[in-house]
Design a protein around this ligand. Structure first.
Ligand code: NAD
Length: 335
Protein backbone atom coordinates (compact mmCIF):
# COMPACT_ATOMS: atom_id res chain seq x y z
CA UNK A 1 0.00 0.00 0.00
CA UNK A 2 1.00 3.61 -0.42
CA UNK A 3 1.07 6.03 2.54
CA UNK A 4 1.48 9.78 2.63
CA UNK A 5 3.53 10.76 5.71
CA UNK A 6 3.24 14.48 6.48
CA UNK A 7 6.14 15.74 8.58
CA UNK A 8 8.17 12.71 7.45
CA UNK A 9 11.40 14.73 7.43
CA UNK A 10 11.03 15.42 11.15
CA UNK A 11 12.42 13.59 14.15
CA UNK A 12 9.55 11.16 14.72
CA UNK A 13 8.35 11.16 11.10
CA UNK A 14 11.73 9.87 9.92
CA UNK A 15 11.34 6.86 12.22
CA UNK A 16 7.77 6.29 11.04
CA UNK A 17 8.80 6.47 7.36
CA UNK A 18 11.41 3.76 7.92
CA UNK A 19 8.97 1.50 9.77
CA UNK A 20 6.44 1.78 6.91
CA UNK A 21 9.11 1.10 4.26
CA UNK A 22 10.34 -1.90 6.31
CA UNK A 23 6.75 -3.19 6.38
CA UNK A 24 6.69 -3.09 2.55
CA UNK A 25 4.64 0.08 2.00
CA UNK A 26 5.38 2.78 -0.57
CA UNK A 27 5.87 6.12 1.15
CA UNK A 28 5.41 9.71 -0.02
CA UNK A 29 6.72 12.35 2.40
CA UNK A 30 5.20 15.83 2.43
CA UNK A 31 7.10 18.34 4.54
CA UNK A 32 7.88 22.06 4.37
CA UNK A 33 11.30 21.47 6.01
CA UNK A 34 10.59 24.21 8.57
CA UNK A 35 12.12 22.03 11.29
CA UNK A 36 12.71 18.82 9.30
CA UNK A 37 15.67 17.85 7.17
CA UNK A 38 15.88 16.24 3.75
CA UNK A 39 18.85 14.26 5.09
CA UNK A 40 16.43 12.26 7.22
CA UNK A 41 14.30 11.18 4.23
CA UNK A 42 15.52 7.83 2.87
CA UNK A 43 15.98 7.51 -0.92
CA UNK A 44 13.25 4.83 -1.02
CA UNK A 45 10.63 7.42 -0.05
CA UNK A 46 9.30 9.99 -2.53
CA UNK A 47 9.72 13.54 -1.15
CA UNK A 48 7.49 16.55 -1.87
CA UNK A 49 8.19 19.92 -0.31
CA UNK A 50 4.75 21.19 0.69
CA UNK A 51 3.02 23.20 3.38
CA UNK A 52 0.21 21.40 5.16
CA UNK A 53 -1.97 24.51 4.81
CA UNK A 54 -1.52 24.51 1.01
CA UNK A 55 -4.59 22.79 -0.44
CA UNK A 56 -3.30 23.05 -4.01
CA UNK A 57 -0.05 21.28 -3.07
CA UNK A 58 -1.93 18.50 -1.25
CA UNK A 59 -4.34 18.04 -4.18
CA UNK A 60 -1.32 17.74 -6.49
CA UNK A 61 0.18 14.99 -4.28
CA UNK A 62 -3.08 13.01 -4.21
CA UNK A 63 -3.41 13.43 -7.98
CA UNK A 64 0.15 12.29 -8.69
CA UNK A 65 0.28 9.29 -6.31
CA UNK A 66 -2.26 6.59 -5.54
CA UNK A 67 -2.38 7.21 -1.77
CA UNK A 68 -4.16 4.61 0.40
CA UNK A 69 -3.84 6.46 3.70
CA UNK A 70 -2.19 9.32 5.55
CA UNK A 71 0.00 9.42 8.65
CA UNK A 72 -0.19 13.04 9.76
CA UNK A 73 2.76 14.22 11.83
CA UNK A 74 3.42 17.67 10.33
CA UNK A 75 2.98 20.30 12.97
CA UNK A 76 4.50 22.56 15.55
CA UNK A 77 5.25 21.03 18.93
CA UNK A 78 6.65 23.49 21.45
CA UNK A 79 4.50 24.30 24.48
CA UNK A 80 6.54 27.44 25.22
CA UNK A 81 6.40 28.69 21.62
CA UNK A 82 2.64 28.07 21.50
CA UNK A 83 2.14 30.39 24.48
CA UNK A 84 3.83 33.17 22.51
CA UNK A 85 2.30 32.34 19.10
CA UNK A 86 -1.11 30.70 19.61
CA UNK A 87 -2.38 31.82 16.19
CA UNK A 88 0.62 30.29 14.43
CA UNK A 89 0.04 27.03 16.30
CA UNK A 90 -3.67 26.94 15.47
CA UNK A 91 -2.95 27.78 11.82
CA UNK A 92 -0.53 24.89 11.30
CA UNK A 93 -1.92 22.29 13.72
CA UNK A 94 -5.66 22.87 13.30
CA UNK A 95 -6.18 24.71 9.98
CA UNK A 96 -3.46 22.52 8.42
CA UNK A 97 -5.31 19.41 9.55
CA UNK A 98 -8.62 20.80 8.21
CA UNK A 99 -7.01 21.46 4.81
CA UNK A 100 -5.54 17.94 4.82
CA UNK A 101 -8.95 16.42 5.67
CA UNK A 102 -10.56 18.39 2.82
CA UNK A 103 -7.92 17.22 0.37
CA UNK A 104 -8.30 13.61 1.61
CA UNK A 105 -12.08 13.80 1.18
CA UNK A 106 -11.70 15.22 -2.34
CA UNK A 107 -9.31 12.38 -3.22
CA UNK A 108 -11.50 9.74 -1.47
CA UNK A 109 -8.67 8.77 0.91
CA UNK A 110 -10.29 7.38 4.05
CA UNK A 111 -7.46 6.14 6.32
CA UNK A 112 -5.73 8.43 8.80
CA UNK A 113 -3.27 8.03 11.68
CA UNK A 114 -2.86 11.27 13.65
CA UNK A 115 -0.03 12.47 15.92
CA UNK A 116 -1.70 13.61 19.08
CA UNK A 117 0.01 14.28 22.36
CA UNK A 118 -0.08 13.73 26.11
CA UNK A 119 -0.45 17.54 26.20
CA UNK A 120 -4.23 17.00 25.76
CA UNK A 121 -4.26 16.00 29.44
CA UNK A 122 -3.73 18.59 32.14
CA UNK A 123 -2.49 18.93 35.70
CA UNK A 124 -5.92 17.89 37.00
CA UNK A 125 -6.32 14.82 34.77
CA UNK A 126 -5.18 12.32 37.49
CA UNK A 127 -2.52 9.58 37.35
CA UNK A 128 -1.75 7.43 35.51
CA UNK A 129 -3.33 9.00 32.45
CA UNK A 130 -5.84 6.77 30.69
CA UNK A 131 -7.50 7.72 27.42
CA UNK A 132 -10.70 8.27 29.43
CA UNK A 133 -8.99 10.71 31.86
CA UNK A 134 -10.33 14.28 31.79
CA UNK A 135 -8.97 16.32 28.89
CA UNK A 136 -7.76 19.71 30.07
CA UNK A 137 -4.79 20.90 28.00
CA UNK A 138 -2.73 23.51 29.82
CA UNK A 139 -1.24 25.15 26.70
CA UNK A 140 -2.31 26.37 23.26
CA UNK A 141 -0.21 23.50 21.84
CA UNK A 142 -2.23 20.91 23.79
CA UNK A 143 -5.48 22.61 22.75
CA UNK A 144 -4.50 22.37 19.07
CA UNK A 145 -3.97 18.61 19.48
CA UNK A 146 -7.31 18.19 21.23
CA UNK A 147 -9.01 20.32 18.54
CA UNK A 148 -7.37 18.06 15.95
CA UNK A 149 -8.79 14.91 17.56
CA UNK A 150 -12.25 16.51 17.71
CA UNK A 151 -12.07 17.67 14.09
CA UNK A 152 -11.17 14.16 12.95
CA UNK A 153 -13.97 12.65 15.06
CA UNK A 154 -16.51 15.08 13.53
CA UNK A 155 -15.34 14.38 9.97
CA UNK A 156 -15.43 10.62 10.59
CA UNK A 157 -19.01 10.87 11.90
CA UNK A 158 -20.03 12.70 8.71
CA UNK A 159 -18.11 10.48 6.29
CA UNK A 160 -16.22 7.22 6.01
CA UNK A 161 -12.91 7.98 7.71
CA UNK A 162 -11.12 5.12 9.50
CA UNK A 163 -8.76 6.75 12.01
CA UNK A 164 -6.51 6.32 15.01
CA UNK A 165 -4.98 9.13 17.07
CA UNK A 166 -1.83 8.25 19.01
CA UNK A 167 -1.16 10.43 22.05
CA UNK A 168 2.61 10.30 22.30
CA UNK A 169 4.23 10.93 25.65
CA UNK A 170 7.83 12.26 25.78
CA UNK A 171 9.75 10.89 22.83
CA UNK A 172 13.51 10.43 23.44
CA UNK A 173 16.29 8.54 21.67
CA UNK A 174 17.07 7.62 18.07
CA UNK A 175 16.99 4.32 16.16
CA UNK A 176 19.98 5.51 14.11
CA UNK A 177 22.50 8.24 14.98
CA UNK A 178 21.32 10.26 11.94
CA UNK A 179 17.76 10.35 13.29
CA UNK A 180 18.34 12.22 16.54
CA UNK A 181 16.13 15.01 17.83
CA UNK A 182 17.67 18.20 16.44
CA UNK A 183 15.20 20.51 18.20
CA UNK A 184 17.19 21.79 21.17
CA UNK A 185 14.20 22.47 23.37
CA UNK A 186 13.32 19.03 24.74
CA UNK A 187 14.79 18.06 28.10
CA UNK A 188 17.33 15.47 26.94
CA UNK A 189 19.06 17.76 24.38
CA UNK A 190 19.14 20.46 27.08
CA UNK A 191 20.74 18.02 29.54
CA UNK A 192 23.36 17.06 26.93
CA UNK A 193 24.10 20.72 26.25
CA UNK A 194 24.70 21.34 29.98
CA UNK A 195 26.97 18.26 30.18
CA UNK A 196 28.98 19.37 27.14
CA UNK A 197 29.23 23.12 27.83
CA UNK A 198 29.19 23.29 31.63
CA UNK A 199 26.35 25.85 31.44
CA UNK A 200 23.90 24.77 34.16
CA UNK A 201 20.62 23.19 33.14
CA UNK A 202 17.63 25.00 34.62
CA UNK A 203 15.42 22.47 36.39
CA UNK A 204 11.93 23.91 36.57
CA UNK A 205 10.89 23.27 40.16
CA UNK A 206 12.19 20.84 42.80
CA UNK A 207 9.13 20.96 45.07
CA UNK A 208 6.69 19.07 42.86
CA UNK A 209 4.66 16.37 44.64
CA UNK A 210 6.85 13.62 43.11
CA UNK A 211 9.37 11.17 44.61
CA UNK A 212 12.34 13.57 44.35
CA UNK A 213 10.54 16.88 43.84
CA UNK A 214 11.29 17.17 40.10
CA UNK A 215 8.77 16.65 37.32
CA UNK A 216 8.10 13.08 36.20
CA UNK A 217 7.54 12.19 32.54
CA UNK A 218 6.95 9.01 30.56
CA UNK A 219 9.87 8.80 28.08
CA UNK A 220 9.33 6.59 25.05
CA UNK A 221 11.75 5.60 22.28
CA UNK A 222 10.89 6.78 18.72
CA UNK A 223 11.35 3.23 17.40
CA UNK A 224 8.52 2.21 19.74
CA UNK A 225 6.44 5.17 18.52
CA UNK A 226 7.19 4.02 14.96
CA UNK A 227 6.05 0.47 15.75
CA UNK A 228 2.83 1.91 17.24
CA UNK A 229 2.26 3.63 13.89
CA UNK A 230 2.86 0.40 12.00
CA UNK A 231 0.21 -1.24 14.22
CA UNK A 232 -2.17 1.71 13.71
CA UNK A 233 -1.68 1.67 9.93
CA UNK A 234 -2.62 -2.04 9.86
CA UNK A 235 -5.63 -1.46 12.09
CA UNK A 236 -7.13 1.42 10.04
CA UNK A 237 -6.59 -0.68 6.93
CA UNK A 238 -8.26 -3.85 8.24
CA UNK A 239 -11.53 -2.17 9.16
CA UNK A 240 -13.18 1.07 10.12
CA UNK A 241 -11.57 2.42 13.32
CA UNK A 242 -12.21 5.46 15.52
CA UNK A 243 -9.65 4.97 18.29
CA UNK A 244 -7.47 7.09 20.52
CA UNK A 245 -4.48 5.42 22.19
CA UNK A 246 -1.79 6.53 24.58
CA UNK A 247 1.70 5.78 23.29
CA UNK A 248 4.05 5.76 26.26
CA UNK A 249 5.74 3.11 28.39
CA UNK A 250 3.69 3.32 31.57
CA UNK A 251 6.87 4.13 33.54
CA UNK A 252 7.79 7.61 34.74
CA UNK A 253 11.25 9.10 35.22
CA UNK A 254 12.01 12.31 37.07
CA UNK A 255 14.29 15.08 35.82
CA UNK A 256 16.87 14.03 38.42
CA UNK A 257 16.66 10.39 37.24
CA UNK A 258 17.15 11.46 33.62
CA UNK A 259 20.18 13.51 34.66
CA UNK A 260 21.61 10.55 36.62
CA UNK A 261 21.12 8.27 33.60
CA UNK A 262 22.85 10.82 31.35
CA UNK A 263 25.79 11.03 33.75
CA UNK A 264 26.06 7.21 33.80
CA UNK A 265 25.89 6.97 29.99
CA UNK A 266 28.21 9.86 29.12
CA UNK A 267 30.63 9.86 32.04
CA UNK A 268 30.08 13.64 32.23
CA UNK A 269 28.52 15.55 35.08
CA UNK A 270 25.46 17.71 34.45
CA UNK A 271 25.48 21.04 36.29
CA UNK A 272 22.01 22.25 37.31
CA UNK A 273 20.33 25.30 38.74
CA UNK A 274 16.84 25.17 40.23
CA UNK A 275 14.34 27.55 38.60
CA UNK A 276 10.67 28.24 39.28
CA UNK A 277 8.12 25.61 38.27
CA UNK A 278 6.36 26.52 35.01
CA UNK A 279 2.56 26.98 35.23
CA UNK A 280 1.77 24.86 32.13
CA UNK A 281 3.95 21.96 33.39
CA UNK A 282 2.08 19.15 35.18
CA UNK A 283 4.23 17.56 37.94
CA UNK A 284 3.52 14.00 36.83
CA UNK A 285 2.65 12.76 33.32
CA UNK A 286 2.71 8.98 32.93
CA UNK A 287 0.62 6.92 30.50
CA UNK A 288 -1.68 4.05 31.23
CA UNK A 289 -0.92 1.92 28.15
CA UNK A 290 -3.39 -0.86 28.96
CA UNK A 291 -5.82 0.02 26.15
CA UNK A 292 -3.40 -0.05 23.21
CA UNK A 293 -1.81 -3.21 24.63
CA UNK A 294 -5.14 -4.99 25.02
CA UNK A 295 -6.59 -3.90 21.66
CA UNK A 296 -3.52 -4.14 19.40
CA UNK A 297 -0.84 -6.13 21.25
CA UNK A 298 1.61 -3.21 20.90
CA UNK A 299 4.15 -2.81 23.65
CA UNK A 300 7.27 -0.63 23.94
CA UNK A 301 10.59 -2.49 23.90
CA UNK A 302 13.12 0.19 24.86
CA UNK A 303 13.81 1.60 28.30
CA UNK A 304 15.36 4.81 29.57
CA UNK A 305 18.98 3.57 29.24
CA UNK A 306 18.53 2.83 25.51
CA UNK A 307 16.80 6.17 24.99
CA UNK A 308 19.65 8.11 26.58
CA UNK A 309 22.41 5.99 24.99
CA UNK A 310 20.98 6.29 21.49
CA UNK A 311 20.21 10.02 21.86
CA UNK A 312 23.79 10.59 23.06
CA UNK A 313 25.17 8.61 20.11
CA UNK A 314 23.08 10.80 17.80
CA UNK A 315 24.74 13.98 19.09
CA UNK A 316 28.03 12.83 17.58
CA UNK A 317 29.80 13.88 20.80
CA UNK A 318 32.80 11.75 21.75
CA UNK A 319 31.50 8.81 23.74
CA UNK A 320 32.94 8.54 27.23
CA UNK A 321 31.00 5.41 28.13
CA UNK A 322 29.66 2.58 25.93
CA UNK A 323 26.81 3.79 23.72
CA UNK A 324 24.18 2.59 21.25
CA UNK A 325 23.07 -0.96 21.83
CA UNK A 326 20.67 -0.46 18.95
CA UNK A 327 21.47 -1.80 15.52
CA UNK A 328 19.43 0.16 13.00
CA UNK A 329 18.75 -2.60 10.52
CA UNK A 330 17.53 -5.08 13.15
CA UNK A 331 15.59 -2.29 14.77
CA UNK A 332 13.40 -1.62 11.75
CA UNK A 333 13.31 -5.19 10.50
CA UNK A 334 11.68 -6.18 13.78
CA UNK A 335 8.80 -3.71 13.47
N1 NAD B 1 8.58 14.92 20.08
C1 NAD B 1 7.67 14.61 21.00
O1 NAD B 1 8.01 14.25 22.15
C2 NAD B 1 6.19 14.66 20.63
C3 NAD B 1 5.25 14.32 21.64
C4 NAD B 1 3.90 14.35 21.30
C5 NAD B 1 3.47 14.68 20.03
N2 NAD B 1 4.39 15.02 19.09
C6 NAD B 1 3.90 15.37 17.76
O2 NAD B 1 4.55 14.57 16.78
C7 NAD B 1 4.67 15.27 15.56
C8 NAD B 1 6.11 15.21 15.09
O3 NAD B 1 6.95 15.76 16.10
P1 NAD B 1 8.53 15.74 16.00
O4 NAD B 1 9.04 15.62 17.38
O5 NAD B 1 8.97 14.76 14.97
O6 NAD B 1 8.78 17.25 15.53
P2 NAD B 1 9.63 17.80 14.30
O7 NAD B 1 9.60 19.29 14.42
O8 NAD B 1 10.96 17.14 14.22
O9 NAD B 1 8.77 17.32 13.06
C9 NAD B 1 7.69 18.06 12.52
C10 NAD B 1 7.82 17.99 11.01
O10 NAD B 1 6.71 18.69 10.45
C11 NAD B 1 7.21 19.59 9.46
N3 NAD B 1 6.28 20.73 9.42
C12 NAD B 1 6.08 21.66 10.40
N4 NAD B 1 5.16 22.55 9.98
C13 NAD B 1 4.78 22.16 8.74
C14 NAD B 1 3.86 22.68 7.78
N5 NAD B 1 3.16 23.81 8.03
N6 NAD B 1 3.72 22.03 6.62
C15 NAD B 1 4.43 20.90 6.35
N7 NAD B 1 5.33 20.38 7.20
C16 NAD B 1 5.49 21.00 8.39
C17 NAD B 1 8.59 20.00 9.93
O11 NAD B 1 9.42 20.48 8.89
C18 NAD B 1 9.10 18.69 10.51
O12 NAD B 1 9.73 17.88 9.55
C19 NAD B 1 4.18 16.70 15.83
O13 NAD B 1 2.85 16.81 15.34
C20 NAD B 1 4.22 16.80 17.34
O14 NAD B 1 3.26 17.70 17.83
C21 NAD B 1 5.74 15.01 19.36
Amino acid sequence: MSWLVTGGAGYIGAHVVRSLLAAGHDVVVADDLSTGSLLRVPPAAHFVRARITDRWALDAIFAAHRIDGVVHLAGRKSVAESLADPLGYHRVNVTGLAVLLEAMAAAAVTRLVFSSSAAVYGPGSGQPLAESSPLAPASPYGRTKLAGEQLIRDCAAAGSLSWIALRYFNVAGAAEPALGDQGGENLLPRIFRAALTGDPLTVYGDRHPTRDGTAVRDYVHPADIASAHAVAVSAVTRGRRADVYNAGTGTGSSVRELIAMTEAVTGLSVPIRIGAARPADPPHTVADVGLIRARTGWRPRHGLAEQVESAWAATGATPVAPVARLTPVAEFAAL
